[in-house]
Design a protein. Sequence first.
Length: 237
Amino acid sequence: MKITSTSLMYNHQVPCTDGTFINSYDVHVTINLNDEILNFSYSLMEGETVWGHTFAYDQSGYERPGLLSPNDFRKLFASPEVSQHTIQVERKLGVIGRCTLTTFPEEEFSTFDFVSFHDLCKQIAGVLHVKPHIHEELGVCSYHAVKFELKDGPIFILCNDYHVAFTHEVDSYPKKFIDHHKLASYFPPPYKVYTVEELNKPFHKEQINRTLTDWEIYSIKHWKPATLGDFLFNYWD
């Protein structure tokens, strides 16, 4: 991971709900990670003493939250390339030495990267001699999908943070999941391929072996998923 460039945007005006504007000071950072160019920003609002940051975006404009950990953001924030700008902002606002960096809650981070999932599906498709189709027009949903045209018909591979399931119809909800033992054998750990029996079990929060985010807790109360499959592969907005 190497910083390739940084820049500072002064007085970026952010609209408020009352029709006024507040100044935001944004440090834009470009890094090279595993031969990929990624961009993100650290931001400080006028009147605040807490810096925040965006997720990393790739050159295609896709958000890639699985690539940088909270510790990565902290290390980059403390680097000379970034601190030369943050110190300049804090000095201007009269808050130098009093500012901290906030990162997203640990439970919102995962090492899962959808590009790696797509690459794995392409490798599997090569072994099976089929052409994969990355399903990009999913709208708001919790998963990524890749379509294989197999001899016995199309199959969609769904993946939500290493959780994998198969279905013949990607647009249906609730999902009608299927088992496909051959496809399942191609997904190594940390991927977990769920059977239809597992996905159709009644949903309980205790089935999720990590801390739920506030958004997930709200969505469970609002949408009331009936099964584990409903929770993992949903269209909540």
